[in-house]
Design a protein around this ligand. Structure first.
Ligand code: TXA
Ligand code: MG
Length: 336
C-alpha cells in the first residue's frame, strides 16, 4: 500500500484492465473502476453488495473534456465548476448516450466530480491519458460507514489480491471526512437546482455562485442511495441524544447494566469507551467516520452521539448522523 508515482502508474494500468482499485479523495476513499467498462462497473456493485439500480459518481481529471460525459453543460454547472472544482462537489447532469447505463443505474443522468486529492488527480491523469472516467462509490459495503483511511478500506474488503480489490492507494486520512455535496442540475428547466446530498460545500455557498438557493429533493428527484433513511451505519446501533438528556441517558443505561460508547463534542461528557470530536464543523466532519468505526469496535450495546448544533453549517454532519442513528428512539427503548 503506497501512493508513489510507480504505485499510481501501476494502479492506472490495473484500472485499464478492468480491475478495481481503491483510492483516496479529499472526502472519503473511493472504490474505483473504469467507467467505460460495464463489467468493471458491475464488479463494483458486486463487491459492495449494492443494488444495481443505484448510480455511481464518475470522477474526472481537472481539465477533462466533459463533452464525453454530458451532451449539455448548463451555465450554472460551469459556474460551479469554476468555483469549486477540483473539490468536494458532485454535479448531476444529463448523460451522454455513449456512457454505459450501468454507471448511472439505468438513469439518463450522470454524477460527475473532479476530486481535489493529489493522489486522485495523479491517478486520473495516469489513467487513459487523463481523458478517462473512474466510476467510484465510497469504498465501503452497502449501507455502512464510508472509509476515511486506507486501513478502513482493507477492513471492509480485505487486503489487495485477497478480496475484490487489485490495489489500494494510501493517501492518508481524508481531509474533509464526509462525502461530497451533490447538486442536481439535470432538471433545471422544471425544478431548478436541487441539493440531493448536503456536504462540506454548503447550500449557501452554492447559492452565492449561481444566484439562487438549491431546493431540497422532491419525489421525482434522481435516486441517491446516500439519501436512504438507514445509511452510513455502524453494526452497533447508534442513538443521537440531546446534550441536556445525555447525563440521564448514560445513568439509566448504567443502572440497567447496559454498555455504551460515547461520541461527544462538549468537554463536559466522558465515558470509558468515549471519544471527543472537535466542536467546529471541519474538525468534526474530518473525525466523524473514524470515530464511528472505533466506537463500533468496542462491542457496546449502543453508541451514544451527543447531538451537534442544528445550524446550517452542520447540515452535512447532521444528515449523516441522522442516517447512522436512523432508529434512535427505538434503540434506547429496547435498552431502557
Ligand atoms: O465524496 C464522494 O462523493 C465519494 C467519493 C469517493 O468521491 N463518493 C460517494 O459515492 O460518496 P457513493 O456512491 O457512495 O455516493 C454517491 C451518491 C449516491 O447516493 C448515488 O445515488 C448518487 O451519488 N448519484 C450518483 N449518480 C447519480 C445520478 N445520476 N443521479 C442521482 N444520484 C446520483
Ligand atoms: Mg457511499
Amino acid at each position: 500500500m503506497s501512493s508513489d508515482t510507480a504505485a499510481i502508474e501501476h494502479a492506472a494500468r490495473l484500472l485499464e484492465q478492468g480491475k478495481l482499485v481503491a483510492f483516496p479523495t479529499e472526502t472519503v476513499y473511493g472504490l474505483g473502476a473504469d467507467a467505460s467498462h460495464p463489467d468493471a462497473v458491475a464488479a463494483i456493485f458486486a463487491a459492495k453488495g449494492r443494488p444495481s439500480n443505484h448510480p455511481v459518481i464518475v470522477h474526472v481529471a481537472r481539465d477533462a473534456d466533459l463533452s464525453r460525459w454530458t451532451p449539455h453543460l448548463p451555465h450554472e454547472a460551469q459556474q460551479l465548476i469554476d468555483a469549486f472544482w477540483p473539490g468536494p462537489l458532485t454535479l448531476i447532469l444529463r448523460r451522454a448516450p455513449q456512457v454505459p447505463a450501468a454507471v448511472a443505474g439505468g438513469q439518463d443522468t450522470l454524477g460527475l466530480r473532479c476530486p481535489a486529492h493529489p493522489v486522485a488527480q495523479a491517478l486520473l491523469r495516469a489513467f487513459r491519458d487523463g481523458q478517462g472516467g473512474l466510476a467510484a462509490p465510497s469504498a465501503n459495503r452497502f449501507g455502512r460507514v464510508s472509509p476515511t483511511t486506507a486501513q478502513h478500506v482493507i477492513d471492509e474488503f480485505g487486503a489487495p489480491g485477497i478480496g475484490p480489490l487489485a490495489a489500494v492507494l494510501d493517501g492518508g486520512h481524508c481531509e474533509v471526512g464526509i462525502e461530497s455535496t451533490i447538486v442536481d442540475l439535470s432538471r433545471l428547466d422544471t425544478h431548478g437546482p436541487v441539493l440531493l446530498r448536503p456536504g462540506h460545500i454548503s447550500a449557501a455557498q452554492i447559492a452565492a455562485v449561481i444566484g439562487r438557493m438549491p431546493a431540497l429533493p422532491d419525489h421525482a428527484a434522481p435516486r441517491v442511495s446516500g439519501s436512504l433513511d438507514a445509511h452510513y451505519a455502524p453494526t452497533t446501533p447508534v442513538a443521537l441524544v440531546d446534550r441536556a438528556a445525555l447525563p440521564s441517558t448514560m445513568q439509566q443505561l448504567q443502572a440497567r447494566g447496559r454498555s455504551f460508547a460515547l461520541i461527544a463534542y462538549s468537554e463536559d461528557f466522558s465515558a470509558i469507551h468515549g471519544m471527543h470530536l472537535p466542536d467546529h464543523t471541519d474538525g468534526y466532519a474530518h473525525g466523524l467516520y473514524a470515530s464511528l468505526r472505533e466506537m463500533d469496535a468496542r462491542d457496546a450495546d449502543v453508541i451514544l452521539v451527543e447531538r451537534p448544533p442544528q445550524h446550517a453549517a452542520w447540515q452535512g454532519i447532521n444528515d449523516r448522523l441522522r442516517r447512522a442513528a436512523f432508529d434512535s428512539a427505538g434503540v434506547l427503548d429496547k435498552l431502557l
